[in-house]
Design a binder for this molecule. Sequence first.
Ligand code: 3HC
Length: 292
Amino acid sequence: MEIKKVGVVGCGLMGSGIAQTAAVAGYETVVREITADLLDKGLSSIEKSLAKLVEKGTMSGEDRQAALRRLSGTVRLEDLGDCDIVIEAVSENIEVKNQTFRELDVACKPETIFASNTSSLSITQLMAATHRPERFLGLHFFNPVPLMKLVEVVRTIVTDRDVYETALQFGLSVGKTPVRARDTGGFIVNRLLIPYLLDAIRAFEEGIGSIADVDTAMKLGCGYPMGPFTLNDFIGLDTTYYIATIMFDEFKEKRFAPPPLLKRLVLAGHYGKKTGKGFYDWSDPKNPKPAL
Ligand code: 3HC
């Protein structure tokens, strides 16, 4: 199976990163958003991201132009009909995703491989909305997609072996290191990362250390690029809360249960960097101050 044309559904944070990555890797890429406004916003974030890479000297001006030529945007799902693979990155909501896949199933040629970038929902449950279960899998990219080297390639019990190998090759071809994962809550990374992020909050709730000290400890003590509270603020506390809730529902284990403080921050609308406040106050993004 050869992949020549890539479709991406959703041009938000993850979708725009995936579309950018595919176009940079040489694929003809078409990305779909539901409104022209959202599409413009997504495409301009890709242009900014590429411009930043050129500025940093990690990409040439010609490569940037070539990537932009390979990339197109649409508001019509039908325009993804002849794609060889379609990667879904719409909002993390089972109804929205299933509806998207039902429509894609009609719009796309029978050979098109479907992949979801979900971080927490069951690939099997999403697959069941289509008539191509054997051509369905998970491709879980990490934020920020253009910089993060990993993609989890997630198979269900019915994913076709050749389809799975094609997806692993595709991951490599877009410059990522693919790892093989089975369809269980959180796959590999979030299975380990979410309990760690929640434990940091519990440690803070119990007074073990301040937000700044826990972050410094994990950064310098373990060599992590950022501490758990900073990472939580980057991921979005609403997202961590949502993933934890789904994982708790799947495993019924305490380590996945969202701590009360996380729930309260989410209820208060303090989602982290994107809303300006979470565990840190991001009024000055280059110099965040602990907010609790
Ligand atoms: N999310 C969003 N943006 C991030 C980010 C993250 N997790 N981490 C870093 N960035 C942004 C920075 O804000 C910065 O943006 P700016 O240029 O506009 O200021 C840009 O990426 C570059 O960051 P650095 O200055 O740190 O540049 P480096 O090249 O030294 O490092 C990096 C880049 C490799 C991305 C490093 O910052 C890093 O490792 N960050 C942690 C990323 C991480 O852990 N991501 C996984 C999140 S978990 C996930 O996605 C799973 C999901 O299901 C929850």
